[in-house]
Design a protein around this ligand. Structure first.
Ligand SMILES: Nc1ncnc2c1ncn2[C@@H]1O[C@H](COP(=O)(O)OP(=O)(O)OP(=O)(O)O)[C@@H](O)[C@H]1O
Ligand SMILES: CC(C)(CO)[C@@H](O)C(=O)NCCC(=O)O
Ligand SMILES: [K+]
Length: 230
């Protein structure tokens, strides 16, 4: 059994991997992970050096070793399109590896909706490139921080209706930007399948009923599993 870790810009996610199965872990702190009966841990981090080092140091007290994974120019037959391959976020690299391993399709569009929303097009074993947008929360935070009169009085459920308050306008606008970008991406660089992952995947899916959407919360972890099983 292995422990798979995804340190994002907002939070840490942990998953247990055993016999090809993934199980999301609920935990309060890194200390809660130290006593797990695992043989090894694998880390994907897009957070700062400092946060990454802190996590790795916290894990040194564990009985199992931790390996940090990094983006590569190519691995397991998958080819990174970046001019400077190592600059592609390791979360994107791993999600693509997961998609490549689990969902064969001539062309797929992978959208990871977290702090940022990333788009990556995969054509068989080749990354075509992607887009990076601010996520649902980050868009709203940017507006609040950079304008004098945009305040958020309440947290609503975002939808695509015209908003009748600042809060609704900002929330619905953020959702519209992401749904609009997905539809535009789907039009300009068509694919057979739209793979959604990240904290906002289910919300986005509900606004894309006409597209062949598949939600997989474990996509990045399936990419990590590629490194374990090979
Ligand atoms: N329990 C939760 N905690 C935080 N955000 C959540 C939660 N459930 C759903 N969300 C939604 O998920 C989004 C964050 O996505 P996710 O958790 O995939 O990313 P993250 O860990 O915050 O950052 P990163 O993309 O860097 O991994 C937020 O926009 C929020 O709307
Ligand atoms: C875009 C994010 C923040 C998404 O988590 C991450 O993948 C990242 O920091 N990437 C580095 C920049 C890039 O992928 O081009
Ligand atoms: K992420």
């Amino acid at each position: 059994m292995q422990l798979l870790l995804d340190l994002g810009n907002s939070r840490l996610k942990a998953v247990l991997y055993q016999n090809g199965q993934f199980q999301q872990l609920a935990f309060d702190s890194v200390a809660g992970l130290l006593k797990l009966p695992v043989t090894a841990a694998y880390l994907s981090s897009v957070a700062t050096e400092q946060k990454t080092t802190e996590l790795l140091q916290g894990l040194q007290a564990a009985s199992f070793p931790t390996t940090q994974l990094h983006t590569e120019a190519s691995a397991f037959g998958l080819i990174n399109s970046y001019v400077e391959p190592q600059r592609l976020g390791v979360d994107r690299w791993l999600a693509m590896l997961g998609a490549y391993r689990s969902y064969p399709a001539a062309r797929q569009l992978i959208v990871d909706a977290g702090t940022a929303v990333t788009f990556d097009w995969l054509e068989e074993n080749r990354h075509l490139g992607g887009w990076i947008l601010p996520g649902l929360q980050l868009q709203q935070q940017a507006l609040l921080a950079q304008t004098a009169r945009i305040h958020k009085a309440q947290q609503l459920m975002p939808n695509l209706a015209p908003g009748c308050s600042t809060s609704a306008g900002v929330e619905n606008g953020a959702l519209a930007a992401i749904i609009g970008a997905i539809r535009l991406g789907w039009q300009t660089t068509p694919a057979q399948q739209l793979l959604l992952t990240g904290g906002d995947a289910e919300l986005l899916k509900s606004y894309l009923p006409d597209l062949p959407v598949l939600v997989d919360p474990f996509l990045l972890f399936k990419g990590i599993a590629q490194y374990i099983d090979n």
